[in-house]
Write a protein that binds this ligand. Sequence first.
Ligand SMILES: NC(=O)c1ccc[n+]([C@@H]2O[C@H](COP(=O)([O-])OP(=O)(O)OC[C@H]3O[C@@H](n4cnc5c(N)ncnc54)[C@H](O)[C@@H]3O)[C@@H](O)[C@H]2O)c1
Length: 372
Amino acid sequence: MNVLQDQQAPACTVHLNGSGGAIKGWVVVDSLVDGLAMGGTRMTTGVTEQEVAGLARDMTDKFTLAGLRIGGAKAGIVADGGDRERTFRTFGRTVKPLLHGGIHLGIDMGVTPSDRGVFFAEAGYDPRHRAGAKDLPFDWETYYNPLIDITGHGVGVAAVTALDAGGGTGPASVVIQGFGAVGRAVARFLEERGHVIVGVADVLGTISADRLPVADLTAITDEFGCIDRSRLPQDVTVTTEQDAWLGVDADILVLAAQKHALNAENADRLRAGLVVEGANIASCATAKEKVAASGAVLVPGVIANIGGAGSAALAVTRVVPFDLAAQARKAWVFDWISDCVRRNTRDLLEIAAAQAGDPLPELLAARRQVLR
Ligand SMILES: NC(=O)c1ccc[n+]([C@@H]2O[C@H](COP(=O)([O-])OP(=O)(O)OC[C@H]3O[C@@H](n4cnc5c(N)ncnc54)[C@H](O)[C@@H]3O)[C@@H](O)[C@H]2O)c1
């Protein structure tokens, strides 16, 4: 089945009640391409069917923009993370037919690689094997673990591509909301290319300075992306004021934390001329309109943050040249993602320059034509 048309309703929504235990949640398969779809699994106390459906649609859009022949899906589990072993064993038993039927479910917010290991094992699912496809020559971790920085790398590529397109020459100043896996990788990428990080925010607040040393900050950041305030470098300003990252004077704002970080209430405070979404649904629709009306440029997450999902999809669809040695294989995947982000960012900005309104629907329509 191929349902890549501009569909309104998901291909299917599965309500999870549990098998051999209770669970509350959903798997939304937004689209199927060649019988395949994929997306992450989110576990929060507040996740809703509507949120899962929106994220699954984003996955469809990401893969369409990337030219990958796989549909978009997402899973959501309503839980607080207590008794995870039981939760993920129940989840694994419940989604077993989906996993074996071409719906690959990975990691998203609130779900760790070891949770994934639990539900894969309970379902007897190993992405190395799929009926009708070549076996992967090694396990999933061997492929995926070296790619930890790939989402941040792609977000960095989107930022420098948009800067170039805007005629930027000298070093740009950058504020990054979120200093987790994505935020740290973007910070490193941009600093390595001569740009200056002047602000970073985590869940505790915002840290700013004329120049923040990325390696030093990374060294005092824990696995959840929280920066240790007792070990900060000298001459930095620290505030706990809500959304203070919006007040930092910078050319680029990277959103790499929660959904709707930029929203109807705070978007008027935007100072940066370029916004790059590292997180999914990082800006709400009204905020996007306000950004456009202010004359600023926004590169959406479906273009900028394809790295993690795209590199997983490259493996699930067996596009990766698996015979390459580890380093060469990693470089191949990074190059593929960089090319994809660069091309989509350039094409989006070209459409934006030629017409009023959101350029994304036109770019998606063009990419759909190519995939048909
Ligand atoms: N990791 C990936 O490959 C990937 C891929 C695509 C999208 N995403 C999305 O990007 C976002 C970041 O992912 P990650 O893997 O870096 O997450 P993470 O959990 O490693 O880090 C999240 C960071 O955001 C900060 N944060 C949370 N709430 C905040 C708030 N209200 N204000 C300021 N900072 C806040 C946290 O303190 C932390 O620094 C998430 O929304 C994730 O779903 C991640």
